[in-house]
Design a protein around this ligand. Structure first.
Ligand code: NAD
Length: 473
C-alpha cells in the first residue's frame, strides 16, 4: 500500500509507523500516512523555533505569493483533492468539492489580507508631557503556531490554521485528525512548492495519545484547536500560559417565524441538518417554529428531509453519505432510541445501516434527552413549536453551546433583537446557522470555544501589538 509521507520542516519524511486510512462507506483501506517518531517530532518543533525570526521578517509579497500559489494549485487539482477527501472522510463528492472550493478561497483571502497587513502610527502629543513623540505600532507573531484539526473538514480547517500563520509570518506545525490525515498532507505538498523557508511548516499525523507533547512544548506558544469540547477545554486548562483558541462543538438552532419564506426555510433546514451526515459544528440540530405556521411548515420540512438523496458518497447526486465510522452511527442511533423511549416521536428516518444513519426528524423530545442537550454530530433534527419570539430566543439560549444561530424572518427589528439577545458567536438572518463565509469572523461563546477564525481574525489572534516610541519629532 502507498504510504503518504509526512512533512518535516518542509520536506517529505517517513517514520517507523503508519496510520491506516479507511473509507467510511465500505470500510476499504484507501491509504496510509507515515507517523513521525518522537525524534522527528522534536526536529519539526526545533525547526519551527529556529526559523521564527526569519519567518517574521519575510516580505509580505513573498508570503502573499506563497498563499496565492497554494490557492491556484488547489484549484488546478480540485477534482483529485475532492476525491481524496471523499475517500478518507466519506462525505459525498458534492460536499468534498465544496470544501476544496472553500479552501481555494481561504488561501486567496489570506493572500489578499497579507497585502493589506500593515502597521499604524499614533501621535502621542495629545498629552503635553508627550510633545514631540509618536508611537509606531505593528502586530508581530506571538511565535510558532500548533494547529490541531478535526476529521470533518480535513482540508479547509487545516487551511484556516495554515493560511493565517503564513500571512503573519509565523511557522506552523499542523496535527491533523488521525482518521483523515491525507488532505492535510496534500496541503504540505503544495506548501513545499513555494518559496517559504523550509522550517516554516510541518504536518505531523499523530494518534491522539501522542498529541499532548506538542501541546506542552513551550516552543509552540500559540495553539489553535478545532475539535470536540472536552479535548479543547482540557488543552486550555493544560497550558494556561499559552495563547489558545478553541473552535469547538455546537447544537445549532434555527428559528422559523411567521413572516419567513417557509419553502426556503424548510429546504435549507432539511439540507443543513444533514449535509456531511450532520457532522458539522454548525449543522442545524434544533428548530423552533412559531406555532401559527407549524402545520404548514412541518410537512414541508419532513418532505424535504425525506427527499434528500442518501447513499454512495461517490455518486454525484448523493447529498447525505455515511458518518465517519460505524461506531459514530451507533452512538447517534442510541441517542435517538433513548429519546424515543422517553416519548419522542420519529417523523422521518430513525434507522441505521452500517455507518449510514437515515436523515431523521424528531418531535416531542424531552428537554433533558442527549439529542436535545448535547451535540448530536449526526443527521438528526428536533422540531419544537413555540409561541412567539420570546420563547424561541429563550430556548435557543437554553444550551451550553453558543456557536451560531439562524433566524428565518424578514423583520429588521427582530433581526437586531436576535443579534442583541442570542448568546452565540454569529447570528444568521434569513438562513440556517450553518452558513459560514470563510473570510468572516467565526467562532463561539460558552462551551463552543474562545477566539475567532476567518482570515483577518486569526491573523489578529496569532499576533500581538508591539510598539516603538519615536522621540524628538
Ligand atoms: P476530536 O476532539 O476528537 O479531535 C480533534 C483533534 O484533536 C484531532 O486532531 C485529534 O487527534 C486531536 N486530539 C485528540 N485528543 C487530543 C489531546 N489529548 N491533545 C491534543 N490533541 C488531541 O474531534 P473530532 O471528532 O475530530 O471532530 C469533531 C468535533 O470537532 C465536533 O465536536 C465538532 O463540533 C468540532 N468542530 C468544531 C468546529 C468549529 O469551527 N467550531 C469545526 C469543525 C468541527
Amino acid at each position: 500500500m502507498n504510504v503518504t509521507p509526512f512533512w518535516l520542516a518542509g520536506r517529505p519524511a517517513t517514520g517507523d509507523d503508519e496510520l491506516t486510512v479507511t473509507h467510511p462507506y465500505d470500510g476499504r483501506v484507501v491509504g496510509a500516512a507515515a507517523v513521525p517518531t518522537p525524534a522527528q517530532v522534536e526536529e519539526a518543533v526545533a525547526a519551527a523555533a529556529a526559523v521564527r525570526a526569519e519567518a517574521a521578517a519575510l516580505p509580505l509579497h513573498v508570503r502573499a505569493e506563497a498563499l496565492a500559489h497554494v490557492s491556484r494549485r488547489l484549484a488546478e487539482r480540485s477534482e483529485e483533492i475532492a476525491r481524496l477527501i471523499t475517500g478518507e472522510n466519506g462525505k459525498p463528492l458534492m460536499w468534498a468539492r465544496t470544501e476544496v472550493a472553500r479552501a481555494v478561497s481561504t488561501f486567496r483571502f489570506a493572500a489578499e489580507e497579507t497585502r493589506r497587513w500593515s502597521g499604524a502610527a499614533q501621535r502621542l502629543d495629545t498629552d503635553p508631557a508627550a510633545a514631540g513623540r509618536m508611537a509606531y505600532i505593528a502586530r508581530v507573531p506571538r511565535g510558532p503556531v500548533l494547529g490541531i484539526t478535526p476529521f470533518n473538514f480535513p482540508l479547509n480547517l487545516a487551511a484556516h490554521k495554515v493560511a493565517p500563520a503564513i500571512a503573519v509570518g509565523a511557522p506552523i506545525v499542523v496535527k491533523p485528525a488521525p482518521a483523515t490525515p491525507l488532505s492535510a498532507l496534500l496541503l504540505g505538498e503544495l506548501l513545499a512548492e513555494t518559496e517559504l523557508p523550509a522550517g516554516m511548516f510541518s504536518v505531523l499525523p499523530l494518534p491522539n495519545d501522542r498529541a499532548g507533547g506538542l501541546v506542552d512544548d513551550p516552543r509552540l506558544p500559540v495553539v489553535s484547536f478545532t475539535g470536540s469540547v472536552p479535548v479543547g477545554w482540557s488543552i486550555r486548562d493544560r497550558v494556561p500560559r499559552k495563547h489558545v483558541t478553541l473552535e469547538l462543538g455546537g447544537n445549532g438552532a434555527a428559528v422559523v417565524l411567521p413572516d419567513a419564506d417557509l419553502d426556503w426555510a424548510a429546504s435549507r433546514i432539511a439540507l443543513f441538518s444533514n449535509y456531511q451526515a450532520g457532522q458539522s459544528c454548525i449543522a442545524v440540530q434544533r428548530v423552533y417554529v412559531d406555532r401559527s405556521v407549524r402545520d404548514v411548515f412541518l410537512p414541508k420540512l419532513v418532505d424535504a428531509v425525506k427527499g434528500l438523496v442518501t447513499g454512495d458518497p461517490w455518486d454525484d447526486a448523493t447529498q447525505v453519505g455515511p458518518l465517519v465510522s460505524e461506531d459514530a452511527a451507533r452512538r447517534v442511533e442510541s441517542w435517538v432510541n433513548e429519546a424515543v423511549a422517553a416519548g419522542a416521536r420519529v417523523l422521518a428516518g430513525g434507522t441505521r445501516e452500517g455507518a449510514a444513519y437515515a436523515p431523521t426528524v424528531l418531535a416531542d423530545v424531552p428537554a433533558d434527552a442527549k439529542v436535545a442537550r448535547d451535540e448530536v454530530f449526526g443527521p438528526v433534527l428536533l422540531v419544537q413549536p413555540v409561541d412567539g419570539v420570546d420563547e424561541a430566543f429563550r430556548l435557543v439560549n437554553d444550551s451550553k453551546f453558543g456557536l451560531q444561530a439562524g433566524v428565518f424572518t424578514r423583520n429588521v427589528d427582530i433581526a437586531f433583537r436576535a443579534f442583541r439577545e442570542l448568546e452565540v458567536g454569529g447570528v444568521v438572518i434569513g438562513d440556517v446557522p450553518s452558513y459560514r463565509a470563510d473570510q468572516m469572523p467565526y467562532g463561539g461563546v460558552k462551551d463552543s470555544g474562545v477566539g475567532r477564525e476567518g482570515l483577518r481574525s486569526a491573523m489578529i489572534d496569532y499576533t500581538e501589538e508591539k510598539i516603538m516610541v519615536l522621540t524628538g519629532l
